[in-house]
Design a protein around this ligand. Structure first.
Ligand code: UD2
Ligand code: MN
Length: 517
């Protein structure tokens, strides 16, 4: 119903900007989530400092959810499309242009609608000790958000959070300039219990905006949400029952522990990177991070953010510089432009790391994410895979979509030296790995075929994925006993690598180049 925007259970994974960044950082963050349960709780957990004063044990939400009629538009979160014409259609299109989501439709959907149940039925049976759960302040930073998505977030928190657990909802306006977020918003919120509005006096970016909210918070636990979420029944209790929990940008953390850990890196601007930095820090400095399968929140993904995300790169570089030690090189190899990005001063963050006596990144990889394949990046065997005869053409692979890497053919394209789709690694296991994405792809050849196609890598290199890069530059496919040759694709101006009988042609010679110059 949101055009191309989709509902998603937020606590399942991180959301990163498409393609823009990268590879390793993104993989590693996902990792943190995936391996949560295997890791022992460590010393830091003692720091959580949750207040455990018995309370009345009531579990009614702050506000009762008013009934929404069965036939109301999208009453249960199902997909809806409006068949509009003329002026109405124009207004809808304008709203998509302005907000990158279909606000025209969103405005027609109740602020109190339900989303379809998404949890495992066993979650319903779970009993919580309401008397001893800590209280939480929900902090929602927003910048130029549309009215109905913002308000639906607020109502959904109030209508699904038990009164006894919710201390307050703190909305932080990150210096928005849209008219509806000024007086009108203040008036609307003034009528709601437990809701406070704080306005930044300049644009802070989400990290500092959230911290403004956090510093004003009175609850034991800080829970961060985006400004276009819808909480499912029962979303809050599991977060408060465990030790601090984290999922991408939506998570709950004890306020005391958050402060002990050094809150956020305030050198990060606008959007991106903070979730990675925080994930590494939690693990390396003795904490744990868990994804709880019973906590569900819907989230709206617009076609495009209503602001520029160009700072995301610098933010990620800060995370890599402070936490990844020598492994940051793996990141830079895949994102050569990141090396040139001015990322500011990280001295204080490094001091924090020393003060908290945090473990190194090697420990993180070995203990928290042992199943991750760590690239070897042997000198001379990673980067662009360039042809000798057909100068300026490199291996290039464009995966079908964000979630699926396999199935497309490897092509040749003008070498661009930007890493990403032209980054390959030749491993000591004789694979040509495409490992800027997760899961990792390996160049393969299907039986009887002469084209190179991407498959998933396997634990032990299968025969069809074995290549030998010989000293003279020829790239020998072991199973077919043929060599990879650069050729023009029939009836087109495009070039592709194909398997051919081995000759001494320059078009069968390949070499790796780390960067353009
Ligand atoms: C994802 C995460 C988000 C955060 C971000 C990376 C989820 C569902 N969301 O956000 O929590 O980790 O990636 O940084 O995992 N905002 C401001 N000021 C700004 C920019 C953004 O207040 O300058 C607010 C924005 O209105 C929203 C939140 O920060 O409430 C996150 O931004 P987004 O929703 O545009 O980005 P998204 O969903 O990719
Ligand atoms: Mn968001």
């Amino acid at each position: 119903m949101w055009g191309r925007a989709a509902w998603r259970r937020c606590p399942r994974g991180l959301r990163r900007g498409r393609g823009a960044l990268l590879a390793l950082l993104a993989l590693l963050a996902l990792a943190g989530l995936g391996s949560v349960l295997r890791t022992r709780r460590r010393a830091g957990a003692a720091e959580t400092g949750l207040r455990r004063t018995p309370r009345s044990g009531r579990r009614d939400p702050v506000l009762p959810r008013p009934p929404v009629s069965e036939d109301a538009l999208g009453a249960h979160g199902e997909a809806v499309r409006l068949e509009l014409q003329g002026e109405e259609l124009r207004l809808q299109e304008e709203s998509v242009r302005l907000h990158q989501i279909n606000i025209y439709l969103s405005d027609r959907i109740s602020l109190h609608r339900r989303l379809p149940e998404r949890w495992n039925p066993l979650c319903k049976e779970k009993k919580y000790d309401y008397d001893h759960l800590p209280t939480t302040s929900v902090v929602i930073a927003f910048y130029n958000e549309a009215w109905s998505t913002l308000l639906r977030t607020v109502y959904s928190v109030l209508e699904t959070s038990p009164d006894t657990l919710l201390e307050e909802v703190i909305l932080v306006d990150d210096y928005s300039d849209r008219e509806h977020l000024k007086e009108r918003l203040a008036t609307e919120l003034a009528g709601l219990p437990k809701v406070r509005l704080i306005r930044a006096s300049k644009r802070e970016g989400l990290v500092r905006a959230r911290l403004l909210g956090a510093s004003a918070a009175k609850g034991d636990v800080l829970t961060f949400l985006d400004c276009h979420c819808e909480c499912h029944e029962g979303w809050l209790e599991p977060l408060l029952q465990r030790s601090p929990t984290m999922a991408g940008g939506l998570f709950a953390v004890s306020k005391r522990y958050f402060e002990y850990l050094g809150s956020y890196d305030t050198g990060m601007e606008v959007w991106g990177g903070e979730n990675l930095e925080f994930s590494f820090r939690i693990w390396q400095c003795g904490g744990t991070l868990e994804t709880h399968p019973c906590s569900h929140v819907g989230h709206v993904f617009p076609r495009q953010a209503p602001y520029s995300r160009s700072k995301a790169l610098a933010n990620s570089v800060r995370a890599a510089e402070v936490w990844m030690d020598e492994f940051k090189e793996l990141y830079y190899h895949r994102n050569p432009h990141a090396r040139l990005e001015p990322f500011g001063d990280v001295t204080e963050r490094k001091q924090l790391r020393a003060k908290l006596q945090c473990k190194d990144f090697k420990w993180f990889l070995e203990t928290v994410y042992p199943e991750l394949h760590v690239p070897e990046d042997r000198p001379g065997f990673f980067g662009m895979l360039q042809n000798k005869g057909l100068k300026d053409y490199c291996f290039d692979y464009n995966p079908p979509n964000e979630h699926q890497i396999t199935g497309h053919q490897v092509i040749l394209y003008h070498c661009h030296g930007m890493g990403q789709n032209q980054f390959f690694e030749y491993t000591s296991q004789n694979e040509i790995r495409y490992n800027t994405h997760q899961p990792e792809g390996c160049v393969s050849v299907e039986a009887g075929s002469d084209v190179l196609i991407m498959h998933l890598c396997e634990e032990a290199t299968p025969e069809d994925q074995k290549f030998i890069l010989q000293e003279d530059g020829s790239l020998f496919h072991v199973q077919s006993k043929k060599c990879v040759q650069a050729e023009r694709k029939e009836l087109s101006d495009n070039f592709v690598p194909l398997l051919r009988d081995c000759t001494n042609s320059e078009h069968q010679k390949w070499f790796f180049k780390e960067r353009m110059v």
